[in-house]
Design a protein around this ligand. Sequence first.
Ligand code: BGC
Length: 398
Amino acid sequence: MKRKLLSVMLIAAMTAALTACGGSSSSSSSSTEEASSEAAEESTDEGEEASAEATGQKIGISMPTQSLERWNRDGAYLDEQFQNAGFETVLTYSDNDSGQQVNDIQNMLADNVDLLIVAAIDGEALNTAMNEAAEAGVPVIAYDRLIMNDAVSYYVSFDNYTVGTLQGQFIVETLDLDNAGDTVYNMEITAGDPADNNAGYFYQGAIDVLQPYMDAGTLNVVSGQTDFDTVATDQWSTDTALERAQNVLSSYYADGTQLDVWLCSNDSTALGVAQAVTSDYAGSNTVIITGQDGDEANLKNIVDGVQTMTVYKNVSNESIVTLSLAQAMLAGETIDESLIPSFGIDCAFDTESYETSDGNKCPSFLLVPSVITADNLQELVDTGLYEMGEDGYLSAVQ
Ligand code: BGC
């Protein structure tokens, strides 16, 4: 725990200015990305079939983008969960554009939503909308990504630091680094979007596990590119990750140097790195590539042996926890760990790890991530959220 707190402090220093916890809303059925309104309509239809008695309350759900696979799932699950529980919903995707996300949230507030659920594009760029939510008395749940504004009441996410430690531990165990002797393994690192508060946690969780091996020379980052800002990937872009990986491979590995492992914070970046390794790496060994999310293309790469693992986060469960929390908030119930049994989902109530502004802790419900490899893909099928085709590849159940 001390180590975790220390890391959190390091991240705070690293990302310089932590602002505050915030929220705001307004509703409309529009979306800034075409497919989102379709997703919303589909969910609406399903919701109407199974709808509970109408609450007369409206929920604004602001998602970052449809260009990254998981948010399509999050948006659809949240929309469906809330509608099935009798809420009216407004679902928007903001095309990875913070200004657009502020507008979308302002529209939700103008539409008199009763509560906002926001997965921020940039955790430090929503102050205008968050302050307006606070003024309007509309509570905000920061969903998956923390918002640096004190208008945020609660945070629902997975244990982001643990996501990184799972990736680091996987590398340690797979290469058996504790028994490496004089063997040196070469590694490269790709992290996430600096605007996303989670990205530093993923990176630091992994680095805290791997640093002793880097210090001992057992792991060698041949490019020398290790600090977060150097290895970060704006907007978690697959193309950006691909381009940097190609540059690293041509600059440092074209002479036949063996690459053993590429730590990638998530699946969208792992997709780009895997593509670069497949096309531009001269060696014939299998490069260990980590990831996070369980995106379909990455699961295919895992089956094909091109990616080695992903840290899976069940976002359907994340939406269920969010619904239960929102219901408790709107009912004026006490919000603490006593709610967790009613979720029926493994998670922790954490009042220490996250701050929306300096010293202002944000009570958080943190779900538990797990490691998926080619050997336990069945666990994904068992969630009921994926199915395995005859070709052995997994696809999300629509
Ligand atoms: C999420 C990850 C996701 C990344 C890019 C992060 O905030 O926690 O699950 O891979 O954003 O979408």
